[in-house]
Design a protein around this ligand. Sequence first.
Ligand code: URA
Length: 250
Amino acid sequence: MTSERLDKVLAGLGAGSRREIAALARAGKITVNGDICRTPDRKINPEQDKLSVDGQPLVYRAHWYLMLNKPAGVVTATEDNFQRTVLDLLPEQLRRAGIFPVGRLDKDTEGLLLLTTDGAFGHALMSPRRHVSKVYEARFDGTLAPDAAARFAAGLTLADGTVCRPATLEPLGGDRARITLCEGKFHQVKRMLRAVGGTVTALRREQIGTLPLDPALAPGAFRELREDERAALTVDREHAQNTKNGISQK
Ligand code: URA
């Protein structure tokens, strides 16, 4: 790993703006390998050098990767003048690190939302060409058409002419159904269920690719992805690419 400026590394870890970090350095509050460092432009090796700010050790990451159990009532955005956003659920340190949501869930939708500082990761998961699957559990009013699952499987055409890719609709009994999509059109689950006779009353995303929402996360809680979880999402991306290229995989 090439060396990087101390202030750039600390800013990426959410320790503050470059200006704030310069002030912390002047105040003698930053250490590198246990020694006070007053020069924020000093070059360090972020993978090897041990950093601390205000006595708190910082663990180096090139990027942040989080899963959040999004509660209903917050918007999927980095900022909003009037409404609470998913970033308001995170500590300031992460907001300052430049984290953003991967895709979006409606304000009234709950469940698994990924957030990252890694633009390439976010872009790859969102790319329509990758077809990363997303699993939702919906509650609905109304009675679904007897051929609803078959119409999902064939690729539904919505009332406005939008053509959806083949999807899975699995009745779970009563007013509940599991829906699996490999794309993310605006209000897609709600519009697809509407097309087969259901009005969504509650929606929750359970899984993205191979990654399920951690059941230990209460609504509003988040945790970092483990390395194996992040790697599995990457494998999914390769799988989708290979499928597109006609390479079969078991
Ligand atoms: N489909 C919807 O209708 N809403 C969401 O938030 C996600 C998928």
